[in-house]
Design a protein around this ligand. Structure first.
Ligand code: PMP
Ligand code: GLN
Length: 387
């Protein structure tokens, strides 16, 4: 029988985001690691939350979320993604993280195998394993990070029950196109798989294209749980208002787990997000435009300094190819040197791998004000000159 200490030793104890933010605080480095904006909060949302706190009930909202918010989520997806949904397709959670946990607890049985695509967000594997499942990894191919349907097919075995995808992708910012999602649809239908599609970055596609949801693919519509986050749509990461969207039987299974994870989410924030989601498309376009400006200025400064920045469609991140930037191709070592020697914290992309990592790439968050980005770019340029 393992001791208590052995039973508590579940690696990793803290996420790479926590570790890099702590290191940035200790060293006083500019924190381009953990993904959060330091641009002004949207005033419409702050005012709506203040009004709701003062004027609405602060007691338990309904377990599945305020009907107004569930309708607003469905309405936003109809308007921005052409999806035909209603409040019966939506459960509100405490952030996308809880939606992921509830979905994976609902879908994974002990012994089930789940396919993950690397680089992948850090929460998926521990949640699947906590539910008793095991993971098989498929790697995206750099530098374009395309998903090879044949590699996905090869990862499907007799015990495979589901796939987790993330589009746009954190950390590398690429999106799955219709052909890739249709290939996943055909595979899921043939093998009777479920799909959890983490689409939290759907509001931050910065290349002018519309987001394509897995729910828009007919073969996936009844077997997909789509995950969303107001934290990303409105740049309010601390609010932790998220949701899962799916066909009614799937959403009921997710809600049954949400019921015993957090039961519900702060009502004032739910009211504020409901109001925010009914803001006109022009509001969202202007919100995105601020991030496009930040990304363009930062990429231009990095490129001028000799860095090779990989193309990406969205998120708050850009990725540097270290070897193509004439830097040593060991992302962990470079990230540590950067924080200590240059005063800039970044996230090594290899932290998004559990096996067979790509080590030559670094993720930088550009969701910062102009002066912070300019100073960070100067520091990175000086580091590269002497590295
Ligand atoms: N999934 C991805 C891909 C993310 O990048 C994040 C947060 N950065 C989350 C889920 C978690 O979102 P939330 O803060 O709403 O829990
Ligand atoms: N998702 C955020 C990022 O990619 C971090 C979230 C967290 O710290 N858990 O930076």
């Amino acid at each position: 029988m393992p001791s208590l200490a052995e039973r508590l030793a579940v690696p990793p104890v803290t996420t790479v985001f926590e570790r890099m933010s702590a290191l940035a605080r200790e060293t006083g480095a500019i924190n381009l690691g953990q993904g959060f904006p330091d641009l002004p909060d949207p005033p419409e949302l702050i005012a709506a939350a203040q009004r709701a706190l003062a004027q609405r009930s602060n007691q338990y909202p309904p377990m599945r979320g305020l009907p107004d918010l569930r309708r607003a989520v469905a309405g936003w997806y109809a308007q921005h993604q052409g999806l035909a949904l209603d409040e019966g397709n939506v459960v509100i959670t405490s952030g996308a993280t809880e939606a992921l946990a509830a979905a994976l607890l609902a879908l994974v049985r002990p012994g089930d195998e789940v396919v993950l695509v690397q680089p992948c967000y850090d929460a998926y594997q521990p949640l699947i394993e906590r539910a008793g499942g095991t993971v098989r990894f498929v790697n995206l191919a750099p530098p374009l990070w395309t998903l090879d349907p044949a590699a996905l097919t090869a990862a499907i075995g007799p015990n495979t029950r589901g796939i987790v995808l993330n589009t746009p992708n954190n950390p590398v910012g690429t999106v799955l196109d219709r052909a890739a999602l249709e290939a996943v649809g055909a595979l899921s239908r043939d093998h009777d798989l479920w799909l959890v599609c983490d689409e939290v970055w759907e509001g931050m596609i910065l290349d002018g294209n519309a987001h394509l949801s897995a729910l828009a693919i007919p073969a996936l519509a009844d077997r997909t749980v789509k995950i969303g986050s107001a934290g990303k749509i409105f740049s309010l990461t601390g609010w932790k208002v998220g949701w899962a969207v799916a066909a009614p039987p799937l959403v009921a299974a997710v809600a049954a787990r949400h019921q015993f994870l957090t039961f519900t989410t702060a009502p004032a924030l739910q009211w504020a997000v409901a109001e925010g989601l009914t803001l006109p498309p022009e509001w969202h376009a202007a919100h995105r435009a601020r991030y496009i400006q930040a990304r363009d200025a930062f990429v231009a400064a990095l490129t001028l300094a000799g860095f090779h920045v990989l193309p990406a469609a969205g998120t708050w991140f850009v990725t540097i190819d270290l070897a193509a930037s004439a830097l040593p191709p060991d992302d962990q070592a470079v990230a540590l040197r950067l924080v200590h020697e240059a005063g800039v914290a970044a996230i090594p992309v290899s932290a998004f791998y559990a096996e067979r990592p790509e080590r030559g790439f670094l993720r930088l968050c550009f969701a910062k004000d102009d002066d912070t980005l300019a100073l960070a770019a100067d520091r990175l340029a000086a580091f590269r000159r002497q590295a």
